[in-house]
Design a protein around this ligand. Sequence first.
Ligand code: FMN
Length: 167
Amino acid sequence: MKTIGVFYGSETGTTADVARRIAKELGVADADVHDVDKLSPTRLGDYDVLVLGSSTWGAGEISQSWYDFIAGAQSLALQGKQIAVFGCGDETMSDTFCDAVGEIYDALKDTGAEMIGRFNGDGYDYSSSKAERDGSFVGLVLDEVNHPDMTDGRIKAWTDQIKREIA
Ligand SMILES: Cc1cc2nc3c(=O)[nH]c(=O)nc-3n(C[C@H](O)[C@H](O)[C@H](O)COP(=O)(O)O)c2cc1C
């Protein structure tokens, strides 16, 4: 059975909460849910499957705590691992909706890991997102500000898909 680690960066706790909800759906223990702030990127080596989450801040930027961690992650040997990305944003920031998901995806897509967890969800309303490629998202995007009612269903659909992809 593959080991799964959930790693998140969160400014006000929203993505931290979502990370725990995703972990619960995937059967991941609390000890394997990590805040990337002050964590060594080498901890990624502990797992077969890496589920990585960030909120979007500024004008489409990743959560502050991700910067050093992602740079460290790029220098690791991630071949053979599977990576899924998720994030929280706000659709009213319509030109940069959940851009951090696309940023993290792009930072790690050439590391030799298999990128999994593309998401075809509907019900989104925004103009532009770096997370969107060719009509679908490169990971799970959530809007806990405007559509918290949709989060459970989206998490369930996405984690079911992750389970199939890592089987
Ligand atoms: C100053 C500021 C800038 C933000 N910029 C964006 C943005 O560019 N795109 C987006 O989708 N959401 C943006 N958001 C919304 C946050 O990503 C959203 O509130 C998220 O749920 C926060 O999650 P966190 O508590 O885990 O950091 C911004 C929020 C604030 C307060």
